[in-house]
Design a binder for this molecule. Structure first.
Ligand code: F0G
Length: 464
């Protein structure tokens, strides 16, 4: 339900702080040493050495008192926990799906979905890849093909719905591969790798319409779908008066199911799910979850985790909350725009993405400019960001070559309900300091490369 009071221009947080967690400020010399020991990969830093942790918005949210109270109501029975039923109810009410399989997090759901739906030789079109999603599709024998609109690859393009799927590209793959070879469309809301860019309701509707003609299923990645709904409400004609909850239900009505990393939108530290409307598919997923995650009524989670998730879902669609969440990200983005720092436009829903190609034009992509920039930000003031460029993109499994994404980005990801406006100011100051001395920044060389999802554990050294 939305509050009816007159709306102020400010997006001030609709909550106050009850518990605080101290932050540690360190010296530059210490941080340089830490970054060197972490081999210039911010995933390998110890969090106690980080001042502002903008590595990810995944599992880093602050839970509400209501969620913490729910944790005390955990029913830790092995089978049939009441929290599972509360979760199923919440997903049914807010997302509208019939059948739910809980998983420990999003990739657990992606694994099950890929294994039960993809056959070797299949093609899975989607609106830009996500690292774990694509890998599970590949491990199941499928090939992911990117059918996002071209605008998504241009950080300066200000279109309001840069997450949209290009129907002509989709038609091309349907004609080329044949509908029988396309088990489903992998359709992500508020596309992470494109910079947190939304899909319009019109696009959700059209993609579903096209897929129905061919009997192809549409599976959403609902990880940041609530944030997507906020953009539909504020940017798409006809939705201003609709509640976030109503918009969410409509979006999901144009799909056959979804995978979810509840660690984002749903304001919990762990959890995920796979939901479908098809009974047969559900039975397959239920068989699979017991092998890899746990019984079908807990899927790798404690009862208390499912309760926190059920309550978090209800909180996530509150308009005042989602407005302040996206408003805070926009606030940081606007500070950087004012300083002419190149960022992905429009500002995304969960993060501000620095355009490392424009930031460090003297570094070729083979010297990992975005990775180098994350190291500089950390050394400057202890702000931890994440690379979303050539390192994240990995290699083509057939040719073994680096995938070379057009977007070479650094993600300043904002955890939900965690940091204040002053923290955003400090972050902007940090980026400005590094911007001032950008021409002296050196590239990196990769000295250790894991086979899968290399960005998590790759090691680098400074060139020169
Ligand atoms: N889909 C999207 C769009 C994601 O952003 C993530 C995770 C997943 C699926 C996988 O979910 O982590 O719960 O297994 N994104 C995190 C991030 C890791 O930092 O962007 P998970």
């Amino acid at each position: 339900m939305e509050s009816t009071r007159r709306r102020k221009k400010s997006w001030a947080e609709p909550f106050k702080i009850k518990v605080v967690e101290p932050l540690r400020i360190t010296t530059r010399k210490y941080r340089e040493q830490c970054m060197k020991e972490a081999d210039y990969n911010t995933f390998l830093l110890k969090s106690e050495d980080v001042y502002l942790d903008l590595l990810t918005d995944s599992g880093t949210s602050a839970m509400s008192d209501n969620q913490w109270a729910g944790m005390m109501m955990g029913d830790e029975s092995y089978a049939g926990s009441k929290n599972f039923y509360n979760l199923v109810d919440a997903i049914g009410r807010y997302y509208g799906y019939k059948y739910v399989v809980p998983t420990h997090q999003g990739r657990g759901a992606e694994h099950i979905l890929s294994q039960i739906m993809i056959k070797p030789g299949d093609v899975v079109p989607g609106n830009m890849y996500f690292t774990t999603t694509r890998l599970h599709q590949q491990l199941a024998g499928g090939t992911f093909v990117d059918v996002i609109i071209d605008e998504a690859h241009d950080p300066t393009n200000k279109s309001p719905f840069k997450g949209n799927l290009d129907l002509a590209k989709l038609q091309y793959w349907i004609d080329k591969a044949g509908a029988a070879k396309i088990p489903y469309i992998s359709f992500e809301g508020n596309v992470n790798m494109a910079g947190g860019q939304p899909v319009s309701m019109d696009n959700f509707r059209r993609v579903y319409g096209l897929c129905r003609q061919y009997g192809i299923k549409v599976m959403l990645d609902a990880t940041r779908l609530v944030e997507n709904c906020y953009f539909i409400k504020t940017r798409e004609p006809g939705y201003r008066e609709r509640s976030i909850a109503e918009i969410l239900r409509e979006v999901c009505s144009y799909s056959d199911g979804a995978t979810m990393s509840a660690k984002k939108d749903s304001l919990v530290n762990i959890g995920g799910w796979l939901a479908v409307n098809d009974k047969e598919l559900f039975e397959k997923a239920r068989h699979m979850v017991v092998i890899y995650e746990g019984l079908h009524t807990y899927g790798g989670l404690a009862g208390r985790d499912m309760e926190a998730m059920a309550r978090g879902i209800a909180e996530s669609v509150q308009y005042d909350y989602i407005r302040s969440r996206v408003g805070q990200v926009e606030y940081l983005g606007n500070l950087l725009i004012k300083e002419n720092i190149p960022i992905v436009r429009p500002v995304g829903g969960h993060a501000v993405f620095l355009d490392a190609r424009s930031f460090l034009p003297h570094l070729p992509q083979d010297q990992f400019p975005a990775q180098a920039l994350t190291a500089q930000l950390y050394e400057e003031s202890g702000v931890r960001a994440m690379e979303r460029g050539i390192v994240s993109a990995g290699r083509n499994p057939e040719t073994g070559e680096h995938n070379r994404p057009k977007l070479e980005l650094v993600r300043l990801t904002i955890p939900r309900r965690v940091y204040t406006q002053a923290h955003m100011d400090v972050t902007a100051e940090t980026v400005c300091e590094v911007w001032q001395r950008r021409s002296s920044i050196k590239g990196l060389r990769m000295v250790y490369e894991p086979e899968y999802l290399r960005f998590f554990q790759a090691r680098f050294e400074k060139i020169g």
